[in-house]
Structure formats: structure tokens, C-alpha cells
Design a binder for this molecule. Structure first.
Ligand code: NAD
Length: 338
């Protein structure tokens, strides 16, 4: 049996430096020259799990690729720019990570990004459906609660939909929950694991602190404040950056952690668990994030919500309407996308 509460396999990026697991994955990053794309590509370039790293953007990729290509690790870096080079950028990709899109400015919600990012994600995932339909697709672009339904609908349109291979990257919520709980309890953050379920926006972000490893307890008022801090942590960064964007470095870390977990599982490692926003039958919402057992073909088993405290049950119930609305908005956009 695997424990739902075990720290996910990719506990920290040091694992990326292990030499015992030399594998040859082809990974593509779309939006590779951006605030997230550049540090994410750097972390991926550092991993012996990757042999080809394909970097695509509508601007600046030749420079980013030339720069990263001088690093003394084995991944071969290629840079691609503009839509006419996108098919070549995706050729042979086994994992595609998509941080392309505009980030939030102070006062914006993730949903305010919908109009711009929905088209970017639909265009890029349409190219994935055509040129690497078997790849694992990891969407970072917000609003994730809508961009995953968009991706699924685009793959369905092209007749290549496999719900086990399409992931909304919510890992930053887990990373933040682990860090904040470790700070409050004077623990080593690398040894804390808090599942975060639901979606990836405001109150749809639901940390399951009752399922923390190690077990931690807080008075109810502290628990509520901690939950709100985790839900608003992205806004904390948006405000601190004062107009210069949203989380990039911590997101790059979280994105790399997710990709390394996926690659480990694809390479046959057992017991790899990550939370992600995916097609789901665990609640009456058609997409939902829960801990997932990953395997060679993506999601091997959805581990579900587990036992919730009454407070967490209330949070899940309160998130449903917003989540369903964001999912419907994404699905309708994809239906009309040409
Ligand atoms: P950024 O503006 O710094 O970078 C975005 C990059 O995307 C740019 O290089 C831009 O040229 C590129 N791009 C735009 N349109 C493109 C297209 N059609 N094809 C390819 N590339 C294209 O933004 P960022 O800070 O890197 O954020 C990127 C996205 O990630 C935003 O949507 C942001 O909201 C989201 N985000 C998600 C999380 C999460 O937890 N999932 C966390 C932080 C940010």
C-alpha cells in the first residue's frame, strides 16, 4: 500500500541531481522566455532525467536557449520562436509544460486573465493535440480552473483525449502550505506534506491540514487564518511585486517538482503521488484536484479526498459553485474556439 500522506516522490529538487536514474525524456516548455519559463527551464536543464529540452516562445527564445545550452549538463537545449516553429518544437515531446500567458497585476483575480490566456492555451494545446497527442500536458497558465477544461475540450475535438495525461499544475499551493505550516510549527519544510485539493483560485484552494504529515494541530481561529493565507498567497506575491507580475521563482520550483515526479513515475518508480487539477469523479465537479498516484501512463489512480474534518467539508462545499462556473466558462470557450 502507498500512503496518501507520504511526501511526494519529488521531495525537493536535489533528487533531480541523482545519477542513479539516468533517463532520456524529451520535455518541451511553451512560454519558455517568461518570468516562470526561464527559471523553470534552468531547473529542468539541471536534471539528468531529461535529454532534450525544447524551448518555445513568441519572443526571446534563441537567447534563452543559447544561454542555457552552455550549462554543463546533458540535456540538449533547442530554442524555437513563433507559431511556424511550434510543430518542430513539439516533435517527439513526451512532457509539455505550458507557462505561456499573461500574469496578474495588483487588483486582478486569476479569472481576469481569462480572455487573453484562454486563446493562448487553446492555440498551444491544439498544436500539442496535432503534433504530440500522447504527451503529458502540464498547464501552469491561469486561470487553471478554466484552462484545464479548455485543454480537455481541444483534445476531444481532435479525437486524442486522454484524461490521464492532462494536468493543471497546482503544486505551488502544496509548496506554500508545507512552508507556512513548517514555519508555524518550527518543522523542516522538506519533511512536511499537506495535500491541497479543489482548484487553483481563491477559496477553491483547499488545504487539508487535518491530513498533514507530520500531524499538526491549530486552534480554529489560527486554522482559519492559515487557510486564508494559503488561499491568498499568490496575491501576497502579486502585491509585493507591485505590478511586475505574479509568482515566478517559487512557481518554477513547483513546476519542476511536478515534472520530476511525473518523469519518475513514467520511468517506473512506484508510489509517486502529487495533487493536480484533473478530470475527476471524486466530487460532483467534473474537474477537481486531489492526490493522484502517478504511473507510466499518467494518472494511475485517483486517491480521492480521504477523510475530511467538518471545517474542510464546509470549504469543499463552498468552492463548488465557483469551480463549476470556471469549468463551464472554459468548456464554452473551447466549443467556440476556431
Ligand atoms: P510572463 O509574462 O513573464 O511570461 C509569459 C511568457 O509567455 C512570455 O515570455 C510570453 O512571450 C509568452 N507567451 C505569450 N503568448 C504566447 C504564445 N501564444 N505562445 C508562446 N508563448 C507565449 O508571465 P509569467 O509570470 O511567466 O506567468 C505565466 C502564466 O503562469 C500566467 O498565466 C500566470 O498567471 C501563471 N501562473 C500560474 C501559477 C500556478 O500556480 N499555476 C503560478 C504563477 C503564475
Amino acid at each position: 500500500m502507498f500512503s496518501r500522506l507520504a511526501r511526494p516522490a519529488a521531495s525537493g529538487l536535489l533528487r533531480g541531481f541523482s545519477t542513479s536514474a539516468q533517463k532520456n525524456a524529451n520535455v518541451a516548455v511553451l512560454g519558455a522566455a517568461g518570468g516562470i519559463g526561464q527559471p523553470l527551464s534552468l531547473l529542468l536543464k539541471n536534471s539528468p532525467l531529461i535529454s532534450n529540452l525544447s524551448l518555445y516562445d513568441i519572443a526571446h527564445t534563441p537567447g534563452v536557449a543559447a544561454d542555457l545550452s552552455h550549462i554543463e549538463t546533458r540535456a540538449k537545449v533547442t530554442g524555437w520562436i513563433g507559431p511556424e516553429q511550434l510543430p518542430e518544437a513539439l516533435r517527439g515531446a513526451q512532457v509539455v509544460v505550458i507557462p505561456a500567458g499573461v500574469p496578474r497585476k495588483p487588483g486582478m483575480t486569476r479569472d481576469d486573465l481569462f480572455n487573453t490566456n484562454a486563446s493562448i492555451v487553446a492555440t498551444l494545446t491544439e498544436a500539442c493535440a496535432k503534433h504530440c497527442p500522447e504527451a503529458m500536458i502540464c498547464i501552469i497558465a491561469n486561470p487553471v480552473n478554466s484552462t484545464i477544461p479548455i485543454t480537455s475540450e481541444i483534445f476531444k475535438k481532435h479525437g486524442v483525449y486522454n484524461p490521464n495525461r492532462i494536468f493543471g499544475v497546482t503544486t505551488l499551493d502544496i509548496v506554500r502550505a508545507n512552508t507556512f505550516v513548517a514555519e508555524l510549527k518550527a518543522l523542516d519544510p522538506a519533511r512536511v506534506n499537506i495535500p491541497v485539493v479543489g482548484g487553483h483560485a481563491g477559496k477553491t484552494i483547499i488545504p487539508l491540514i487535518s491530513q498533514s504529515t507530520p500531524k499538526v494541530e491549530f486552534p480554529q481561529d489560527h486554522l482559519e487564518a492559515l487557510t486564508v493565507r494559503i488561499q491568498d498567497a499568490g496575491t501576497e506575491v502579486v502585491k509585493a511585486k507591485a505590478g511586475a507580475g505574479s509568482a515566478t521563482l517559487s512557481m518554477a520550483y513547483a513546476g519542476a517538482r511536478f515534472v520530476f515526479s511525473l518523469l519518475d513515475a513514467m520511468n517506473g518508480k512506484e508510489g509517486v503521488i502529487e495533487c493536480s487539477f484533473v478530470r475527476s469523479e471524486e466530487t460532483d465537479c467534473t474537474y477537481f484536484s486531489t492526490p493522484l498516484l502517478l504511473g507510466k501512463n499518467g494518472i494511475e489512480k485517483n486517491l480521492g479526498l480521504g477523510k475530511l474534518s467538518p471545517f474542510e467539508e464546509k470549504l469543499v462545499a463552498e468552492a463548488m459553485n465557483e469551480l463549476k462556473g470556471s469549468i463551464k466558462k472554459g468548456e464554452e470557450f473551447a466549443k467556440n474556439f476556431k
